[in-house]
Design a protein around this ligand. Structure first.
Ligand SMILES: [Cu+2]
Length: 215
């Protein structure tokens, strides 16, 4: 194969590959090889808002290290609750401290501004995203979570309150109890009791035997 042919083939291949990695931008979605932003809103006012009441900059970090302070949890955001004024514009910086995928989803927003009532940021690995949303005036608590399998159950759950919110959501780490408490039952059958007794006896016997041998 001569050089001209190689260059020609390389050019054609690059032409195919490039659009895959280039940023895709639809009306409600922004996507590249690092992550995705869905339903960001920097300027459309909710129907019940005359103007933006305040601009709030919030940095939200996601990762396993943020779950260390919660017993039994594996994933978490660095904060579990935020409170903003009615009609606030929230500028979110979302940082993923892990090498795995995490999401920041806010649910229950008005569907005429946020399709499916949802604001959605996603990072496929460590990285950072910035996007804004404007909340309505309603005194309400919105669910914030990561929807990847087991991430919310394992702690990646938080709440966004507008005007103090309308209560706490269940099982927010460090804030509210779960609807169903975690339960780790032990089956105390005769066999279990026998094994425990045996282990205790062995625990006593081993040092005694060792002491006798070495004395
Ligand atoms: Cu996650």
């Amino acid at each position: 194969m001569n050089l001209q042919k190689i260059i020609l083939i390389a050019t054609i291949l690059l032409g195919f590959i490039k659009p895959v990695f280039a940023t895709m931008q639809h009306e409600h979605m922004l996507m590249d090889e690092k992550g995705m932003i869905m339903n960001a809103n920097t300027d459309k006012l909710p129907r019940d808002c005359e103007k933006i009441s305040e601009n709030v900059d919030i940095t939200i970090r996601a990762g396993q290290k943020h779950a260390l302070k919660f017993n039994g949890k594996m994933f978490a955001f660095d904060n579990q609750e935020w409170d903003v004024k009615p009609c606030a514009k929230i500028n979110i910086t979302f940082i993923n401290d892990d090498q795995i995928r995490h999401q920041l989803m806010i649910h229950g927003l008005p569907g005429y501004l946020y399709p499916e009532g949802m604001f959605h940021l996603e990072l496929y690995g460590a990285g950072e995203l910035r996007a804004s949303l404007i909340v309505p005036s309603l005194k309400k608590t919105y669910l914030v979570h990561c929807e990847l399998p087991q991430h919310m159950e394992k702690g990646m759950k938080a709440q966004l309150k507008v005007a103090g919110g309308d209560g706490d959501l269940p099982s927010i780490p460090g804030i509210s109890a779960g609807i169903k408490a975690d339960d780790y039952p032990v089956d105390w059958s005769q066999a279990t009791v026998a094994i425990v007794v045996l282990c205790m006896l062995a625990g006593i016997a081993v040092p005694l035997v060792a002491l006798k041998r070495w004395s």
